[in-house]
Write a protein that binds this ligand. Structure first.
Ligand SMILES: Nc1ncnc2c1ncn2[C@@H]1O[C@H](COP(=O)(O)OP(=O)(O)OP(=O)(O)O)[C@@H](O)[C@H]1O
Ligand SMILES: O=P(O)(O)OC[C@H]1O[C@H](OP(=O)(O)OP(=O)(O)O)[C@H](O)[C@@H]1O
Ligand SMILES: [Mg+2]
Length: 285
């Protein structure tokens, strides 16, 4: 049975459960459940604090886990990213009251409050900056107002929390994060478990593709086919079938959903008609 760690709370929890559900896995019915078995798929899910997941996985007790890239790096655990999942995207940045500092080079002698001590201590050391780091559990934006630090380093998505606290980002982002699948570094799983891991990853990749592509069908005169194929190259090449109406062909290709309307406009311009897009519910590439 494959043992998988899933975030139990926070920004990662809901989207991770949705993705697993879309991939055909059973998920817990209520948020107090700590583990569930999905016997049909031979998988056991453990609902753990996102911050702890890389540590459990690195211990070898759990095969894989879903966590944030920033949390993995912060933990310093012996685990590696094996698949980015495209949700819970954020940046990790320094911020201060306007006028305190312009960049990381101005942080010497200051105190930085953060929940991500591992990332910050390493970044300061790598930048040759001698600053103190104070660890807080969350809501670090308030630390400056309350005099605990002059600088914070935190997750920034929309920037709303920073604006509300009257803070502004300084310097370049320390890192970009998103939800990821992690696995113990150098895990030498036995063959049957390895094939289960690969099947799990293929299912999640299928969800990612289904979320980012649509299926496009259209009819076009054969003499414009090459132009049309250049617009909709598909993944391995589009399917082209003859139409009963002589001189016309039907084309079917996967197209990134972002920009699908523009693709339809371009196809129409070169003479394509009956252009349809349909959602993809699941796929294996
Ligand atoms: N506003 C946000 N937008 C996108 N991702 C976020 C946001 N806040 C946190 N994350 C991501 O969520 C992960 C942190 O999860 P964690 O559960 O520890 O914090 P949280 O989502 O802030 O929840 P909590 O309410 O418990 O603080 C990190 O990978 C982080 O980058
Ligand atoms: O840029 P924004 O869109 O405002 O998002 C970033 C904020 O979201 C998270 O906080 P959360 O609400 O989880 O509270 P926390 O600080 O207690 O973790 C994160 O720690 C930032 O504070
Ligand atoms: Mg938080």
């Amino acid at each position: 049975m494959l043992r998988i760690a899933v975030p139990n709370k926070g920004s990662l929890s809901g989207p991770a459960a949705d993705m697993l559900h879309e991939a055909g896995y059973q998920q817990r019915r209520e948020s107090k459940e700590l583990r569930i078995v999905d016997p049909e798929n031979e998988v056991e899910f453990f609902y753990l604090r996102p911050r702890d997941i890389a540590i459990y996985v690195s211990s070898g007790r759990l095969d894989i886990g879903i966590t944030g890239r920033d949390l993995l790096i912060d933990s310093g655990a012996n685990a590696e990213e094996i698949l980015p999942l495209g949700f819970a995207r954020s940046t990790f940045r320094y911020a201060t009251k306007p006028g305190t500092a312009k960049g990381v080079e101005d942080l010497n002698g200051l105190t930085v409050a953060t929940s991500y001590e591992g990332i910050v201590a390493k970044h300061l050391a790598d930048s040759g900056i001698d600053a103190s780091v104070v660890h807080l559990d969350g809501a670090v934006e308030t630390a400056i107002e309350l005099g605990v630090a002059e600088v914070i380093a935190d997750v920034v998505e929309t920037g709303t929390s920073l604006r509300n606290a009257g803070l502004e980002v300084i310097g370049e982002p320390i890192m970009k994060s998103e939800a990821i699948v992690v696995r113990r570094t150098g895990a030498d799983t036995e063959e049957s478990a390895e094939s289960k891991v690969q099947q799990f990853l293929r299912r999640l990749q299928g969800v990612l593709v289904a979320r980012t592509y649509v299926m496009m069908d259209y009819d076009i005169r054969a003499e414009h086919l090459e132009q049309a194929v250049a617009i909709t190259p598909g993944l391995e090449g589009p399917t082209v079938s003859p139409l009963h109406n002589e001189g016309w062909v039907a084309v079917r290709a996967m197209v990134p959903s972002k920009g699908a309307q523009r693709v339809m406009d371009d196809l129409y311009e070169i003479g394509a008609r009956a252009i349809l897009t349909t959602a993809i519910h699941a796929c294996r590439l």
